[in-house]
Ligand binder design. Structure first.
Ligand SMILES: [Zn+2]
Length: 368
């Protein structure tokens, strides 16, 4: 089999829709991206399966079918490299436990392609595999942690244990790609980096995480946590900072909102991002600073535990708010630890369509 010509079908499973396309071994899209209609909460499981199969059929029709190597699915659930959708709080409840991989494999057989491999993995793990194969990070990616910032905080850990060799009397570490693994843990539920506890400076407020723990990184850094912190700050400062450009943006988007009580709940992380960057708005910078402090604690824990060469910030909020990562990196660089912080590169994902590419990469990763 000539691996160069192979195609993987990537399926990016979001909480609202599904996106899929064919991908080559260099990470190029070979077909249009097909997007499902909304995953209506009242869809039956059968209706859901039919939607997925209808989309897959379009991708199969658009590609050189004899070169299709398999189907990779990135899914917001805990399951890991299996064929079943696991516990998935952000997906319709009835989809949990659905052996979608087995059903799709049977479908590929019925269509005359044989039983093609179908892998379902946690979307942060698939994002990490996507960065490994297509992210453009070179050897740095061989020991890499990927953090996805969005509605939740996902984590993917790529590990390549070095071989210690002597060269001209000096110790040298050599990394072999074929030894690279994704850390998935004993139950295939790792690595949930969003649920690590972090320490905040005294007086800084913690926001509860959905898992029930008060101190999680996710509880401070997910979109909703940023929103809650911003709402609290806006309430505290409503008198003084009535003229903050955060309010200008909200007023523009929601002309119907007039008074503080109506304006404040409409704040979103993008308003903070814009106000901090465009106008150096004092209140926005203050909110960004607190979020960055929490973020930096996460980067510190990751570095001390995994000793990575690279931490990649991905996910929609991570990509769209680079000044947050920049500030978190500055704080991180100033912190102390046994594993030196100066040796870790912090980068923001450059991948477009990273959900689809990461899912597709699950198939190619087997060939490393
Ligand atoms: Zn948690």
């Amino acid at each position: 089999m000539n691996k160069q010509n192979q195609i993987s079908i990537g399926i990016d499973f979001g909480s609202h829709n599904i996106r899929t396309a064919g991908v080559d071994t260099s990470g190029n899209l070979l077909t249009p991206i097909y997007v499902s209609e909304d995953l209506a909460p009242d869809d039956s499981v059968k209706a859901f399966e039919l939607k997925v199969v209808a989309m897959l059929k379009k991708v199969f029709d658009d590609t050189d079918q004899k070169n299709i190597a398999g189907i990779g699915i990135g899914c917001p659930s805990w399951n890991g490299a299996k064929q079943v959708i696991g516990i998935a709080p952000n997906l319709p409840h009835r989809l949990q436990g659905l052996p979608l991989g087995i059903k799709l494999q049977n479908w590929t057989e019925e269509q005359g392609f044989g039983k093609l491999p179908v892998f379902i993995d946690n979307d942060a793990n698939s994002a990490a595999v996507g960065e490994l194969l297509f992210g453009g990070w070179g050897e740095l990616a061989l020991n890499m942690v990927v953090l996805t910032l969005g509605g939740g905080i996902g984590g993917g850990v790529i590990i390549t244990p070095p071989e210690v060799v002597m060269e001209n009397g000096k110790i040298k570490l050599v990394y072999h790609k074929e030894k690279t693994i994704v850390l998935r843990g004993h139950h295939l539920k790792g690595a949930e980096l969003g649920h690590m506890s972090i320490a905040l400076p005294q007086g800084m407020k913690y926001y509860s995480c959905g898992c029930g723990n008060l101190y999680c990184l996710e509880g401070q850094l997910r979109v909703n946590a940023v929103k809650m912190r911003a709402m609290d700050k806006l309430k505290e400062n409503a008198g003084m900072d009535r003229l903050s450009t955060i309010f200008d943006q909200i007023r523009k988007e929601h002309p119907e909102a007039k008074i503080m009580k109506e304006l404040i709940p409409l704040v979103e992380p993008r308003h903070i991002n814009n106000a901090a960057n465009d106008n150096q708005d004092r209140l926005a910078l203050n909110i960004e600073e607190e979020v960055a402090i929490a973020f930096a604690q996460g980067l510190r824990n990751i570095t001390q535990i995994f000793d990575p060469s690279l931490i990649v910030i991905a996910g929609e909020m991570g990509k769209k708010w680079p000044s947050l990562t920049k500030r978190a990196e500055q704080i991180f660089r100033s912190q102390k630890g046994v594993v030196p912080h100066s040796d870790v590169k912090i980068g923001i994902s450059k991948l477009r369509n990273s959900g689809i590419l990461g899912a597709a990469a699950l198939i190619f990763q087997e060939w490393l």
